[in-house]
Design a protein around this ligand. Sequence first.
Ligand code: PMP
Length: 399
Amino acid sequence: MTTPREELEVLREWQSRLRAHFPIITDHPELAYLDSAATAQKPQAVLDAAWTYLTTTNANAGRATYPWANRTTQLVEEARERIKEFLHDPAPERSSTHFTSGTTEALRAIAFDWLPAHLTDGDEIVVPLADHQANITPWLEARRLLTDRGVRVRVVEMPYQAGSGDYDHRALAALAGPRTRFVAVTHVHHVYGGDMNIHRIRQAVGPEAVICLDAAQSIGHLPVSVADLDVDFVAFSGHKALALPGSGAVWARQARGPVFRPGGWSGTPNTVGIVSLVAALDWLDAAGTDRIERWTVALAARLTDGLRQLDAYQVLGCQTSLAADSDVQRRLGTVAFRHREITSGDLGFILFSHGFMVRSDSHCQGSAGEKTGSVRVSLHVHNTPAEIDRLLSALATLQ
Ligand code: PMP
């Protein structure tokens, strides 16, 4: 198996070419942006696509019939197909794409427009209470709504492995039964950074349960194949996948039930956001999400290994694993840690004084999550081994 050091060496030239695509990064060599899990920086191609659309074609979609309006309608429809292609959808004629402002709205759309119509008295839903709040509250609210209508739905708490942040697939298999209808999962955890091994979730819950994937931290970070993962819904945010804020989507498979059709009038779509999303997906495919994955996994390993040499710090979640199919999978560029004495809030300020932009708080984790805050470093393709080494040196001075 290649070591992280070898991986970074092999991909070095490829990466330095791509780093040059991010103007905000190259314009600020004194800073290191280490908060891509909150929102990602945009490559020039995405900025150009938005500018070109707004200066040549801007109109509303699905309404008028003059050329700019027709072209906008066409761009929005093409974007639906582009998303399916990006997700390696094997049967695009049997899936649908619904645009939202991001993952939060996407999950809420599934929770309120789809879920209530598909659950009956006595059904169970699995909710991951140590994941992002966006992937918890909609399911609990939908359950309350159903209770008010006299439909009792049981919430099963997703079990987690102690210490790793990954789901406990064996415990889940024991909890799941014939009434387990819907399972909410996250692809890449926003605090622990682990790939949550969705294959094992499918094995644990069986072929009939609907699996809804929160892909906020995986789209743009690794290849995502709905066929391979065998999931029924995918929700994601454009802004974390290099596109403009306010662009996101739900992809829905129709195989296990009626099409996902959001209720009511959905209004004007975020046309420029959707155009930017297509440009971002094109950029990501050209860059190669497999190589982005290898790069950020190797950078995260370099940081994790470096932190383990520094006694003052505790890394959250999985400590090492880089194996492709170990119980805990690779850490996809996100590493959260604490200093044993300095609060994470203070550490965030100190790190910015050295030019590092990190997130430091409890990261919107649900009720079963960490009880105290941490500093989160989250990486993307523009980050470099030199930035990680500088960060580790700065952290070492605080020992
Ligand atoms: N799920 C996960 C795993 C996330 O990391 C985030 C954003 N931090 C969200 C959902 C919510 O995404 P958004 O704010 O773009 O709606």
